[in-house]
Design a protein around this ligand. Structure first.
Ligand code: ASP
Ligand code: MG
Length: 426
């Protein structure tokens, strides 16, 4: 009998009425003969409420001891959800049992607030499944080696669900969420954007890291590492739609490249307005300079994204990189105060009004000229490219923020993304 994991987000769990609908949907799957494990998030707004309470009593930067307590507090949201969902399933006449992460247990490291799952003990869950029960496991939380409750970071229930599916060898992990799948780009910007029937795991990883917020990126990493077939689908369809139809809906993350032989070269366009660009001019071109500039930035816990260093003239070069916009002011201060004077740079320039637009597709591996088509499209629109970065399956450009929508629309069209070329589409 197929083993299926369902994950429901906070919106789906947002009220007792909605929880009743989740129970009905899960009951439909259980009655159709599936072995079911369900991983819900906290009711919508609950994690925020809990964290705000903690902040009232501990407004400062929390120390290690406080971080432990904040995780214990935040984890309670999911504990309430699993119990409520079990009650709702009982009322549907479906045997069900709920577990908190520590009861399973879901073993994690001790990084409170962003713990990583190491191992999930499957025995207890399997015994319940064998006894014909639906098993409900909390998302978002786990247990560290010292027996402390931990949480996995915001949006962490996605990762819990995929990890549980991996540990149990589930046939599929279905992530029910408030979008009905993964799109070629954001439909709010390009109305012709199309839902993808499938997306390769690597493309999904790029899309998630480039700022498409459908899944927590760690859940995608997990799905890839353990090859868990994972599907993103809508939680807004009526609970009683035919199971076959539901099972084929949404977007399936796949692992077999040849399954998608006729797939488009580019699968999606991602964009990110959260970055800012910093340029240091007249940097002496000698060994150790990149480290002297970026070392202090990294030490201040600031993530660096795109980096460019030009060829030098007269022994001096220019060095540009991007950071998250929230870190922009802090980075500029750091550079102005210590770094630029220490290395003898001539000038420091900053531009917070930039954005990054990326084309993503595993087809880029086997097709030439993809990046140049991107550059031609942007030039035809008169958009100046400030920085370029590439990986095997992605090309990103940094451009002026005010051209972002224009760039995304033009690229969507240039790569024919509005046309459905999927194989075996439904
Ligand atoms: N409840 C947690 C959050 O709000 C985890 C999740 O929803 O995935 O971030
Ligand atoms: Mg989420």
């Amino acid at each position: 009998m197929a083993l299926i994991v369902h994950k429901y987000g906070g919106t789906s769990m947002g009220s007792t009425e909605r929880i009743r609908n989740v129970a009905r949907r899960v009951a439909k799957w259980a009655r159709a003969g599936r072995r079911m494990v369900v991983v819900p998030s906290a009711m919508s707004g609950e994690t925020n409420r809990l964290l705000a309470l903690a902040k009232e009593l501990q407004p400062d930067l929390p120390d290690a001891a406080s971080l432990r307590e904040i995780d214990a507090i935040a984890a309670t949201g999911e504990q309430v959800s699993v119990g409520l969902l079990a009650l709702a399933l009982h009322r549907e006449g479906v045997p069900a049992v709920s577990y908190a992460g520590w009861q399973v247990p879901v073993q994690t490291d001790s990084a409170f607030g962003k713990a990583r799952i190491g191992h999930i003990e499957g025995a207890r869950v399997r015994a319940d499944l064998d006894a014909g029960k639906v098993v409900i496991v909390t998302g978002f939380q786990g247990l560290d080696p010292q027996g402390n409750v931990t949480t996995l970071g915001r949006g962490g229930s996605d990762t819990s669900a995929v990890a549980v599916a991996a540990a149990l060898g589930a046939d599929e992990c279905l992530i029910y969420t408030d979008v009905d799948g993964v799109y070629t780009t954001d439909p709010r910007i390009v109305p012709e954007a199309r839902r993808l029937h499938t997306i390769s795991f690597e493309e999904m990883l790029e899309m998630a890291s480039l700022g498409s917020k459908v899944l927590q990126i760690r859940s995608v990493e997990f799905a890839g590492k353990y090859r868990v077939p994972t599907r993103v689908l809508s939680s807004f369809t009526p609970w009683d739609i035919p199971l076959d139809e539901e099972a084929r809906s949404g977007t399936l993350i796949t692992f077999e490249e040849d399954e998608k032989m006729e797939q488009a070269v580019v699968s999606g366009i991602a964009f990110n307005r959260d970055e800012a660009k910093i340029t240091i001019l007249g940097v002496p071109d000698k060994p150790g300079i990149a480290f002297q500039i970026l070392g202090p930035v990294a030490d201040a816990n600031i993530d660096i994204d795109v980096i460019i260093q030009n060829v030098s003239r007269d022994g001096r070069t220019d060095f540009s990189f991007t950071v998250h916009r929230n870190d922009y002011a802090r980075t500029m201060e750091l550079l102005k105060g210590q770094v630029a004077p220490a290395i003898g740079a001539t000038e420091l320039l900053g531009d917070p009004k930039i954005c990054k637009v990326s084309i993503v597709g595993i087809g880029m591996r086997s097709h030439v000229g993809v990046a140049s088509r991107m550059f031609r499209t942007l030039s035809e629109e008169g958009i100046n490219i400030q920085m370029i970065s590439t990986s095997e399956i992605k090309t990103s450009v940094v451009i002026d923020e005010k051209y972002m929508e224009l760039a995304v629309r033009a690229l969507h069209k240039a790569f024919d993304l509005e046309l459905d070329k999927a194989v075996g589409s439904v």
